[in-house]
Design a protein around this ligand. Structure first.
Ligand SMILES: *Cc1c(COP(=O)(O)O)cnc(C)c1O
Length: 227
């Protein structure tokens, strides 16, 4: 019951934030981040009409994807991508949010089966400029998108970021606002870019205020993760 109640609460919060920040109703898609969660927890969410799930670890995810046979579940890969996992990712997922290297994009494209729809791709951007974090810097994004256009089995949909959590709402908005601006500028030449994947449990409202089209929520749905 906990998961069902949490889903209701988070959906209400998303609706309230859409209203508050002048966003269209139902313009924000909720991705339930189910890394480390058990299959039965995911099924509880599916029974409560949750359809989009985010996973970070390939092996763990594929076991779940194989076991969960409910129709119309959409799987998003949101973790770091190792090149020896690209084949499995390209076979089992509908979306990949964390593409930041051409080599990885190339492998995903090559390995995506022809009989499946193109793989939806978001480019991970590091808006805070930390060298150690994954993601492209803002000034690299445009060239990267142009290179991705050669890949026929990939469909570039937008940008993703995972900034470190700032305590204040205004500071949370800043890095999201930067990403929104980048997406907007790219949109002139790339009208197919319709996705801004930002916001987690701790900064969801700021992300919605800045134009999130997907929020990736784990803790607020499934409770705190162990370890
Ligand atoms: C784990 C994770 C989330 C969810 O974080 P919560 O704080 O549990 O909501 C979102 N995005 C990415 C990329 C993650 O790895």
């Amino acid at each position: 019951m906990k998961i069902a109640n949490n889903l209701t609460k988070i959906r209400n919060k998303i609706s309230a934030a859409e209203k508050q920040f002048g966003r269209e109703e139902n313009s924000v898609c909720l991705i339930a981040v189910s890394k480390t969660r058990k299959i039965n927890e995911i099924i509880m969410a599916i029974n409560k009409n949750q359809r989009h799930f985010g996973e970070n670890y390939c092996q763990e995810a594929i076991e779940k994807i194989k076991a969960i046979t409910q129709p119309n579940v959409v799987w998003h890969f949101i973790g770091p991508i190792q090149s020896n996992k690209t084949k499995q990712i390209s076979h089992y997922f509908d979306w990949v949010h964390t593409v930041d290297r051409i080599k990885i994009a190339h492998r995903l494209d090559e390995m995506r089966p022809d009989n499946m729809a193109p793989l939806n791709i978001c480019i991970q951007v590091n808006t805070s400029g930390e060298v150690t974090k994954s993601g492209l810097s803002i000034n690299e994004v445009e060239d990267f998108i142009n290179e991705l256009k050669h890949f026929k089995r990939l469909k570039v949909r937008g940008l993703m970021s995972l900034p470190e959590i700032k305590p204040s709402f205004d500071d949370q908005r800043k890095s999201f606002s930067l990403l929104k601006k980048v997406l907007h500028e790219l949109g002139t030449d790339n009208p197919e870019l319709d996705t801004l994947s930002i916001g987690t449990t701790q900064d969801m409202e700021a992300a919605i205020a800045e134009g999130a089209t997907c929020v990736r929520i784990g803790t607020a749905i499934f409770g705190p993760r162990e370890g």
